[in-house]
Design a protein around this ligand. Structure first.
Ligand SMILES: *Cc1c(COP(=O)(O)O)cnc(C)c1O
Length: 472
C-alpha cells in the first residue's frame, strides 16, 4: 500500500482549522523553521480511505479473538471512551488551581480508593505510565524504606525464573542486583530455594501470582512470611489481575507493594504503544515515600516530605484513570469478581477442550491463562509453536504469546479473557484442533502459513534490529 506521502496531491488539502480562541503570539524568528514543512495533502475522501486501509491490515480486539497470554487483550466497553472524551476531562490543564479541578481530583481519589480496596493496599499513586514504570516506582519505595531505617546493605531483589522480563530489568534500573531462583517442577516457587536465597542483604522479592504459567501459588502466605522474616519486603506484580479481582487480594497475601496495569485489567485499549497507566499501591509503612503529589483521606493533594520524587509529570495519564473508574463503577461489587470468574472459567474450558491432543505445560487447574508446550509435536512433526501461531493468523485469530515464559519449551500461552463468548471459544478450539491435525498430516502447509495476511513471515530479528521507521 502507498504511504500517505505518496498519495498526497498538492492542492487537494481539506484543512479547515477552528477559530483560534487564545491570544496570538508572534513566534520569534530564531524559533521559526528555515525549510518549508512538507505535509501531505489529501482530500477528506482519500484520507478516510487511507486510514480505513491501514486499519484493515491490522488485527485488534474489534476484529477477532486475541488470546495473547499475560496481556489481557479484552474487549474495552465503548462507554469508557465516551466518558474519557467528556470536555470536562479533556479541556483541563494540569497547572490549573486545585479548586478549579475538584471533579478531576475526585476521579483520581475514587479510583485510588477502589483500587486500594481491590488490591488490599492502604495507599496508592496513579503517576506511573506503565507496568514496568510501576515496578521501578515500587522498587524505589522499597529502597527508600530500607534506607530510612539506616539499612544500606539490602541490595538484592529475588525474582523467580518464571517472572515477566520487566521484573529483573526494573530491579537493575532501580540500582539492585537480581537473584534469580529456579521454579519447582510444579511451576511454583521452590520454598527451599527461596529460604536459601534470602538473607540480610535481601531488599525484596518480586512475584506474580497467579504466576506467568497461569498458576496460583498455594504457598503464597509461606512465601511472604519467609521474605518478611528476612527483613525484606514483598512486591506483587499485578499487571494482570484478571483472575483474582474481587476474589483474592495481594495485600491479604502479605504483599507490601503492588503495581497494576490499568491498560490490561482495567480496560484501556493497549497494544499500540500507549498511553498506559501502572498505579502503585502500598501498605502504610511505605505511604510516606510515595511520589508527590499523592491524595490524602479527604481527597486533597498531599506532599510527602520523604517522597522518592515525581516519576511522571503532573498526575500520570489521567484519561486512562477515567476509563478505569468507569469500568470499575460499571461492573460494581458483583461485576468485578464475576469478570474474574469468567476469565478463569474460559481459560479452563479451552484448556480442557485441548488437553487430549496438546501437551499442557502443567497438569493443574489454571487461572486466567494456560501454557501449552509444543515440544513433542515439534519433535514428531517439525511443526513448532511459531508454525501453529502463523496458522492461526490465516483463520483470523491473533496468535497467543509465544516462547514465553522461557521455562517452558515451544510455549504457547493462551489467555481467552472473560469477554469472549462460548461460541468464539468453540471456534478457536476447533481451529487449534484442525491445526494440530494438519501438523500430523500435512506439515508443509503450516510451514508456509500465513498466506492470507498482508505480510507473511517477516524476518523478525532484522525488523527488530534494523527497523526502517523513516520515509525517504
Ligand atoms: C505486561 C506485564 C508487565 C509490564 O507492563 P508494561 O505496561 O508493558 O510495562 C509486567 N508484568 C507482567 C506480569 C505483565 O503481564
Amino acid at each position: 500500500m502507498d504511504l500517505i506521502f505518496e498519495k498526497s496531491c498538492m492542492g487537494t488539502g481539506c484543512t479547515i482549522l477552528p477559530k483560534c480562541d487564545v491570544d496570538i503570539y508572534e513566534v520569534k524568528d530564531k524559533f521559526k523553521r528555515n525549510l518549508e514543512l512538507k505535509l501531505p495533502e489529501l482530500s477528506e475522501n482519500d484520507l478516510s480511505r487511507h486510514y480505513t486501509e491501514l486499519a484493515k491490515k491490522t488485527h485488534g480486539v474489534n476484529d477477532g479473538f486475541y488470546p495473547l497470554g499475560s496481556c489481557t487483550m479484552k474487549y474495552n466497553p465503548k462507554i469508557n471512551e465516551e466518558i474519557a472524551k467528556l470536555p470536562e476531562f479533556t479541556n483541563i490543564h494540569p497547572l490549573q488551581p486545585e479548586d478549579t479541578m475538584e471533579g478531576c481530583i475526585e476521579v483520581m481519589n475514587l479510583t485510588k480508593k477502589y483500587l486500594c480496596e481491590i488490591t488490599g493496599m492502604d495507599d496508592m499513586t496513579l503517576q506511573p505510565a506503565a507496568g514496568a514504570h510501576g515496578e521501578f516506582t515500587g522498587l524505589l519505595l522499597i529502597k527508600a524504606y530500607h534506607e530510612s531505617r539506616g539499612d544500606f546493605k539490602r541490595k538484592k531483589i529475588i525474582v523467580p525464573d518464571s517472572a515477566h522480563g520487566t521484573n529483573p530489568a526494573s530491579a537493575v534500573m532501580a540500582g539492585f542486583t537480581v537473584v534469580s531462583i529456579k521454579s519447582g517442577e510444579d511451576g511454583l516457587v521452590d520454598l527451599d530455594k527461596l529460604r536459601e536465597a534470602v538473607g540480610d542483604d535481601t531488599a525484596g522479592l518480586m512475584l506474580t501470582n497467579p504466576n506467568t504459567v497461569g498458576l496460583f501459588d498455594k504457598n503464597i502466605l509461606e512465601i511472604t512470611k519467609i521474605v518478611h522474616e528476612a527483613g525484606a519486603l514483598a512486591y506483587y506484580d499485578g499487571a494482570n489481575l484478571n483472575a483474582i479481582m474481587g476474589i483474592a487480594r495481594p495485600g491479604d497475601m502479605g504483599f507490601d507493594v503492588i503495581h497494576t496495569n490499568l491498560h490490561k485489567t482495567f480496560s484501556t485499549p493497549h497494544g499500540g504503544g500507549g498511553p498506559g497507566s501502572g498505579p502503585v499501591g502500598c501498605k502504610k509503612i511505605l505511604s510516606k515515600f510515595l511520589p508527590n503529589p499523592s491524595i490524602d483521606e479527604s481527597g486533597k493533594f498531599k506532599y510527602n516530605s520523604e517522597s522518592i520524587g515525581q516519576v511522571k509529570s503532573f498526575y500520570g495519564n489521567f484519561l486512562v484513570v477515567v476509563r478505569a473508574l468507569t469500568y470499575i463503577a460499571t461492573l460494581g461489587k458483583e461485576g468485578i469478581p464475576k469478570a474474574s470468574k469468567n476469565a478463569v472459567l474460559n481459560a479452563n474450558y479451552m484448556m480442557a477442550k485441548l488437553s487430549d491432543i496438546y501437551t499442557m505445560a502443567y497438569d493443574n487447574t489454571c487461572m486466567h491463562e494456560f501454557v501449552m508446550s509444543l515440544e513433542f509435536l515439534k519433535k514428531e512433526t517439525g511443526i513448532s509453536a511459531m508454525d501453529i501461531a502463523k496458522g492461526l493468523l490465516d483463520k483470523g485469530i491473533h496468535p497467543p504469546t509465544m516462547y514465553f515464559p522461557l521455562i517452558v519449551h515451544e510455549a504457547l500461552m493462551i489467555e481467552p479473557t472473560e469477554t469472549e463468548s462460548k461460541k468464539t471459544l468453540d471456534k478457536a478450539i476447533e481451529v487449534l484442533r484442525d491445526l494440530y491435525n494438519k501438523a500430523k498430516t500435512k506439515p508443509e502447509a503450516l510451514h508456509n502459513a500465513p498466506i492470507l495476511t498482508a505480510i507473511r513471515r517477516p524476518d523478525e530479528v532484522k525488523a527488530a534490529r534494523n527497523p526502517v521507521l523513516r520515509y525517504k
